[in-house]
Design a protein around this ligand. Sequence first.
Ligand SMILES: Cc1ncc(COP(=O)(O)O)c(C=O)c1O
Length: 364
Amino acid sequence: MDGALIPTARPVIGQAEIDAAVRVLRSGLVVQGPEVAAFEDEFSALVDGRHCVAVNSGTSALHLAVLALGVGPGDEVIVPSFSFAATANAVRLAGAEPVFADIERGSFCLDPAAVAAAITPRTAAIMPVHLYGHPAPMADLVPLAARHGLAVIEDAAQAHGAALGDRPVGTFGAAACFSFYPTKNMHSLEGGMITTADAGLARTLRLLRNQGMEQRYANELVGFNLRLTDVAAAIGRVQLRQLPGWNAQRQDNAKYLDARITAAVVPPVADAARHVYHQYTVRILGDRDAAQAALARRGVGAAVYYPTPIHRLRPYLVGGEPGWALPETDRAAAQVLSLPVHPSLTADELERVADAVNSLAGAP
Ligand SMILES: Cc1ncc(COP(=O)(O)O)c(C=O)c1O
């Protein structure tokens, strides 16, 4: 196959984003100014009016959420191993220890029974990840956390606009964290947002992101510099306005692929879940890596998120070995393949994706 592959992501930096960036640069107010405040206000509508605190990445958002909730040395936080490393890194960076729990076969998100089994007297929090844009089973995880007095921190880095019933992700936990990395459903080049219903926690987060200061040079605690630029926030505001349409297009694209694909296991959606398809991830029951190579030969890009579960990555080994037995996590890591689903796919490209998948040998 000659030419470029149909990519798994096509980040939008259009004229509106460029105009917004230029407008801010000309204004001279470029760091944590009016654009950041407006971005926080506007993002709040996505999370039922919760307080929003913008920072410079999704990783910073998770790190600050863990710190602001007072989770640190001696504490354990239950996380999925089937996620991007930032989920566990945020826990470690705060001085606490991630404890890995297995996932559900259907949603690829934390399995509440596995979480319950992982709770110890040191557990301080649970960090569910709404992986691929599918909401984690919050109807079980939130009451479980409440029964044990644990904080819930949502990793919503991949799930802007996802919901369970009428309730959007970002409204279930004591805090929730979004990423605006370019490949996400919306971006701000780099950026992150923490959402919370707790005004006191929001204030602590604002202090932590800016050297512990609310008033300049009146430092109240030891903080970081994790501020977002106004250029990033202005781009984020442009993208936020597009998000509903883009998510609807992702859902339409997923519906098409669901109906057409016969040679792989299409992604299940839990009852009441509004999946926003950050990724459209199938399971290949044969040789996944050979399938990925065969798709590439037919001009279809596909990606594996994530080939190595976090508990198998070097920083998280225990005595040089994986410290947890997570069979569903390992199964997913061996089988998953994410196909192009982004909103700028043409009808022709979508058809080519489905045809290429259906040409794979060894289909289920
Ligand atoms: C599940 C998950 N958590 C956290 C992050 C970290 O976000 P960022 O790249 O903005 O730091 C990402 C994305 O990159 C992610 O996919």
